[in-house]
Design a protein around this ligand. Sequence first.
Ligand code: NDP
Length: 245
Amino acid sequence: MLEYQAEQNSLSGKVILVTGAGSGIGRAAAIKYAQYGATVILLGRTVKKLEHVYDEIEQAGYPQPAIIPLDLKGATEQNYKDMADTIEEQFGKLDGLLHNASIVGALGPFEHIDIPTAEDIFKINVTSQIMVTKSLLPVMRKSDSASIVFTSSGVGRKGRAYWGPYAISKFATEGMMQVLADECENSVVRVNSINPGATRTEMRAKAYPGEDPLTLKTPEEIMPTYLYLMADDSKEINGQELNAQ
Ligand code: NDP
């Protein structure tokens, strides 16, 4: 999907929330969506990083973004309900939701899986996405055409040794996408997933410390698929597993 080219203002008038918008792929997606005209809501746990992205978007002259500081590990359903109420009050609708934030944990053999760490991974990568989606679906139904995008991984489509709870959480992500896409069939909301592929970020460097990052695509280079799924060009696409590379 690296060849997709969006029209210049294809996201104009859209409101799009990106989780984990402070760095890596989430940061690139937030800036790209703003560049194409969207008002982006930057959700993440490190406020300083979100503020940097906010400043970059403002300085570029793109639509003024908003920041929601939230730690997906500790947030409760009430926090998400409050977030949905705020979005409805301020914007009246939500057109896009990019579930991007996740953690990888330590890689290693199955017998070495640390259960508290596994529970954190499932909370951040899976349960929080259920809660975010559940709370935001009503305000997304107020859009003419809304898109929910989950972020998967190669190890969420074919299991691989030593990827433990992270891989299991990404299979759950694909399952969540399929269940929700089926429920949303013939509605204004479409639901799909992206596997970004190997991308030059902190997470990748942590998982592959010996790798030369310069051999990898940058987050900016993999943005065509992220743009496509938020633009109306993908209106008919639902329940699909896409690859960004
Ligand atoms: P990064 O680790 O670089 O960025 C992840 C972002 O998620 C950070 O901004 C981080 O915030 C945020 N985040 C993590 N935990 C929480 C939390 N508890 N609450 C709120 N925000 C949180 O990852 P990438 O950009 O590489 O990955 C983005 C997505 O792409 C992930 O879902 C990942 O699984 C997937 N992916 C990435 C690949 C790659 O090669 N990079 C390959 C396949 C899939 P903070 O900085 O504050 O911690």
